[in-house]
Design a protein around this ligand. Structure first.
Ligand code: GLN
Length: 316
């Protein structure tokens, strides 16, 4: 078993969950107005082990849009379609040290990494450029679903429209990159690429589904619920390396130091955490800090790590 005494472990996690729930600082990310309308008290937690054991607490069946947590998924798909080397001809492998939506490129005129908006927009440009928009979206949607154990994930039309209507910043980032002649961005299709990026960000699921997605990564690309291989191990390895150094925006270094696990957050207040060969963990609490990370999500992980030796460096 990935976790011996699973029931005892879940009891402890439930206690950590209830402790973390008591406080709720931070703010809703209302720069996407629709994200400002959700109940700020939502708090859900789910885990799924690599051998398929599952546990949830709180609002684990409430859907939220994945937002930036889609970026590692889009990155994996891009790597499988065109190859890892090709993707990194266009995108770096270094944390940017800046906010996720900063106007900044590295010294090679590339986005710093695929886990921030600029890198995400480039990945969206790489995916199936010859195909039509409905197939491109459909393939991504089906892929997310297969990572989540063929579960019924959804698409949140209101958030998509809200982000699109208030998408000046991301549009500006895309035009900035086109102006800078960033390679990999298909300039002729810029509005379409941007639209696809907004669509990807509005794919939605609950923490139960997200924990399965994280567990699929923890299992090297095999979904623990269906036992189907959905990604090559090498793709997952590369993705997890990047999530370890770049998954939490400009908190990534501190996260790696204190938590010591690959993770990705989205500005809707979700975080997925990957414990390689053990389990995937998902958290949802919509109030985020100034960097865009779920406050309770981070707090839960800090408490978890102080109690259990789960960091990748804990078994030295
Ligand atoms: N859709 C959001 C945006 O592009 C995603 C950002 C995030 O989750 N940090 O602004």
């Amino acid at each position: 078993l990935a976790i011996p005494n699973f029931a005892g472990f879940c009891d402890d996690l439930n206690k950590i969950f209830l402790e973390t729930k008591k406080q709720n600082p931070g703010n809703l990310a209302n720069y996407i107005p629709e994200l400002g309308t959700v109940d700020p008290e939502y708090f859900g937690m789910s885990l799924c082990t690599v051998d398929g054991q599952a546990f949830s607490a709180g609002d684990s069946r409430i859907d939220f849009t994945l937002q930036s947590t889609m970026l590692p998924i889009v990155y994996c798909l891009a790597c499988e379609q065109v190859g890892y080397d090709r993707v990194h001809e266009f995108i770096g492998k270094e944390p940017s040290g800046s906010t996720y939506n900063a106007f900044v490129l590295n010294s090679e005129n590339k986005p710093h990494n695929p886990m921030i908006n600029t890198g995400g927009i480039i990945c969206c440009s790489i995916l199936e450029p010859q195909d039509n928009q409905s197939n491109r979206f459909g393939n991504l949607f089906d892929f997310v679903s297969s990572m989540a154990g063929d579960s019924k994930i959804t698409f949140h039309q209101r958030t998509y429209l809200s982000e699109k209507e208030h998408g000046d910043r991301n549009a500006a980032l895309a035009y900035y990159m086109r102006g800078a002649e960033v390679k990999g961005l298909d300039g002729k299709r810029l509005p379409e690429v941007l639209d696809f990026y907004f669509q990807a960000c509005s794919i939605a699921c609950n923490t139960e589904d997200l924990s399965v997605i994280a567990a699929t990564l923890a299992k090297g690309g095999i979904c623990p619920l269906t036992n189907k291989r959905v990604l090559q191990t090498s793709t997952v390895r590369n993705c997890l390396s990047l999530l370890y150094s770049c998954g939490m925006y400009d908190y990534s270094g501190q996260w790696a130091f204190t938590i010591g696990l690959p993770a990705k957050s989205g500005v809707s207040g979700n975080i997925m955490v990957i414990i390689p060969n053990v389990m995937g963990l998902a958290l949802y609490s919509p109030k985020v800090d100034k960097r865009g990370n779920s406050v309770r999500g981070i707090e839960f992980c800090k408490r978890l790590i102080s109690q259990f030796s789960l960091s990748i460096f804990d078994n030295l």
